[in-house]
Structure formats: structure tokens, C-alpha cells
Design a protein around this ligand. Structure first.
Ligand SMILES: [Zn+2]
Length: 177
């Protein structure tokens, strides 16, 4: 992993987590809005799309969605751009030992240079876990009935994804509730 980090602000964190929980056991999908800074990226807001799934039938599909978001959100958050997206990988079986917060082949193929992609590995929880940063730069913890692990990936060039570190002060707030 390199030194680039993505700061996930509270409204964005909540929107990502809630849409992954709400659509479970279906996949959720949405856009990340924010900017770049000297340390990497800042995600200020995230907007969940009702027509879930990151599996697009065509490029027009994602372009059309982007246009809708930019037309409306651009009015309110002038400094925010679409800097990437998020989607979930819901687990059907709790026992499944594999870390599901990594991109599928399809996810990698869909990635575009300069964008940040968030993947949420979500399962029903077995026991309560405090939120923490994982060794691979992700964040993990429980909320409601769910256990979630979130990882971020930066596309340095089209169809290539590298993990980057997530910074999310909100998780410490959750631990102190
Ligand atoms: Zn995926």
C-alpha cells in the first residue's frame, strides 16, 4: 500500500453503511462526492442509487447516472465532484471465511483511472465488535445487526485497482456511544 489515504467524512460513511444494511442481502451501489487534497482524497457525501448494482449493461448507464447526480448536487456542493463510487458484497453465509472486501474481476474491469472505489463486505453479525482500522488499511466493526468491513481502492490506470488507506474518525465516535 502507498501513502495515499482517503478521508471518509461522517455523512458519506453513514450513507454507505445504511445503504449496504438496507439492501442486504442485495447489493447496493452509489456515488462518492468529494475532492482531492494534499494527502489524497476526501469524500464529503455519498449518494445511494435506487437501481442498485454496479454491474452496468452499458457505459451510457453510468454516464446517465453521473449526469443526474452532477446536475442536482452541483447546485449544493460546488466544490464536490464525483470521485468514485461504492458498492456492497453481501455475505449469504456468516461462516464464509474469505475476505469479501476485495474487488471482483468485474469491479477491476469497470474501474477508471483517477477514481476511488469503496467496497463493503457485509454480513449478519455474530457478536458486537468495536470499530477499528484493519492491517490492510480498511475499517471494520459492527452496527445494528451487521458486521461490516469497508475497503477503498484507487485506480491508477484504467482496469487496475490498488488498495488505499481509509481514514474515518466517525468509527471512534461509534465506539464511544
Ligand atoms: Zn464488487
Amino acid at each position: 500500500m502507498n501513502g495515499v489515504r482517503v478521508l471518509l467524512k461522517q455523512p458519506a460513511f453513514l450513507s454507505v453503511v445504511l445503504s449496504a444494511m438496507e439492501t442486504f442481502k442485495k447489493e447496493c451501489f452509489g456515488f462518492m462526492l468529494g475532492k482531492t487534497d494534499e494527502k489524497g482524497f476526501v469524500v464529503e457525501h455519498s449518494i445511494a442509487m435506487q437501481t442498485a448494482k454496479r454491474k452496468f449493461n452499458s457505459v451510457e448507464n453510468i454516464n446517465q447516472r453521473e449526469k443526474i447526480i452532477l446536475a442536482v448536487c452541483g447546485l449544493f456542493w460546488k466544490s464536490s465532484q464525483i470521485i468514485g463510487d461504492f458498492h456492497s458484497h453481501p455475505r449469504f453465509k456468516i461462516e464464509s471465511p474469505k475476505d469479501m472486501s476485495y474487488p471482483s474481476e468485474r469491479d477491476t474491469d469497470d474501474s477508471r483511472e483517477g477514481n476511488v472505489y469503496f467496497i463493503v463486505d457485509i454480513a449478519e453479525k455474530k457478536k458486537k465488535q468495536r470499530w477499528r482500522v484493519t492491517k490492510d488499511g480498511g475499517i471494520l466493526g459492527t452496527l445494528g445487526n451487521f458486521k461490516l468491513k469497508i475497503k477503498a481502492f484507487l485506480s491508477y490506470e484504467n482496469k487496475k485497482l490498488n488498495p488505499i488507506k481509509i481514514s474515518c474518525p466517525t468509527i471512534y465516535k461509534i465506539n464511544s456511544l
